[in-house]
Design a protein around this ligand. Structure first.
Ligand SMILES: *Cc1c(COP(=O)(O)O)cnc(C)c1O
Length: 356
């Protein structure tokens, strides 16, 4: 059983959909065919329903979330961006913006901590504010209220939310940001190699303005080109057709199950795991502030080297994630995604406890 935060376990219906895809020869479909157009439409419509995405947002496909970071910079930032950094992933977006020649303003807090939104003052010239809903390296999550507070304080800025390791779980208020994105190998439980970029009209306007001003907004994945292709339910390039097919099917399965049930189970499993790690000696959730604890990626500090537990668990058939980067030896990360059942999470905890 795989509890690594990404890639993670496949959603439990993926195997059947993969078999069906091979029977239908999906990987050989032309991306200009009617069959592809209908699967593109099914994927975007299912996502729109599942995540309750309003009409003023468009849905585009890319290769990864890492690609989307570059596209956000190229399409939406002339000069200055502001980044709330609380771990490796939020830092990496800032690094990419710097490498693309933008002035990045960085507010960094220690691993496991979150920003005190009310105390922050970002310069007016920041055009885009980069937020990370769920910092996968530390298990720190932003509260939904935080997005509203930032939107209120910075109504003129574009706000981008990295929700790579939390979607489909969060119930977003879509009026509090302008763009969000994820890749499919985390919460959606799909094979890696597909990013989903969701953008509103303000983002399209900014990209058009940049283009008109003679600035580079990139080539095949600029917003106007993505929009033009999406009108025909297509992508500019030959995309990951199989990935889009599987996403359409799994989003459909999640719709049938219902987000309410998925959220309820996620909350239960997260509370159960945090409860164990608070109770057990030699373990401690990295994020102390309960309101900032991620529901989907649980990060624990360990007294014994993390390896000790990971290897013992692996022998029993459970794969969990190591701490990220420098924290490899003292932390463990456990994914709590929709495919991880209550029973599996309880079995993981029981097994770990049996190793004490
Ligand atoms: C995994 C992850 C990314 C990068 O996703 P890729 O699919 O590897 O591009 C970005 N942000 C967060 C928060 C992540 O967890």
């Amino acid at each position: 059983m795989i509890f690594t935060p990404g890639p993670s376990a496949l959603y439990f219906t993926v195997e059947e959909h993969l078999k069906q895809a091979i029977r239908e020869q999906v990987p050989s479909w032309s991306h200009r065919s009617k069959a592809f157009q209908s699967i593109f439409l099914e994927a975007t419509e299912n996502l729109r329903a599942l995540l309750e995405i309003p009409d003023n947002f468009s849905i585009y496909f890319t290769a990864s979330a890492t690609e989307i970071w570059d596209r956000l910079v190229e399409n939406l930032i002339d000069e200055d961006s502001c980044h709330l950094v609380n771990g490796a992933f939020s830092k990496r977006f800032a690094d990419q913006a710097t490498r693309l020649g933008r002035n990045t303003h960085i507010w960094e807090v220690k691993a496991g901590k979150s920003h005190d939104i009310r105390k922050m003052l970002m310069p007016d010239r920041c055009e885009l504010i980069a937020l990370t809903h769920n910092e996968t390296s530390t298990g720190a999550a932003m509260r939904m209220e935080d997005f509203g507070l930032i939107r209120e304080a910075y109504p003129h800025q574009l706000i981008a939310v990295d929700a790579v390791s939390s979607l489909p779980y969060p119930t977003f208020d879509w009026s509090t940001f302008d763009t969000t994105y994820f890749s499919v190998q985390k919460g959606f439980g799909l094979p890696a190699g597909l990013g989903v970029w969701i953008v509103n009209d303000r983002c399209h306007e900014k990209a058009s303005a940049r283009l008109q001003a003679g600035k580079s907004i990139g080539s095949y994945h600029s917003l106007p080109i993505l929009a033009q292709a999406a009108q025909k339910h297509q992508t500019p390039e030959t995309p990951n057709v199989l990935g889009i097919y599987l996403l359409a099917k799994v989003a459909g399965d999640m719709l049938n199950k219902g987000m309410e049930a998925i959220r309820r189970e996620t909350n239960y499993k997260a509370a159960f795991l945090y409860g164990c790690f608070e109770r057990w000696e030699g373990f401690k959730p990295l994020v102390e502030a309960r309101q900032h604890r991620s529901k989907t990626v649980i990060v624990v500090e360990t007294e014994k080297p993390a390896n000790h537990w990971m290897e013992a668990l692996s022998k029993k058939g459970f794969e969990i994630g190591a701490g990220y980067g420098d924290f490899k030896n003292h932390q463990m990360r456990i994914a709590n995604f929709p495919t991880h059942s209550k029973e599996q999470i309880e079995l993981l905890a029981d097994t770990l406890e049996s190793l004490f």
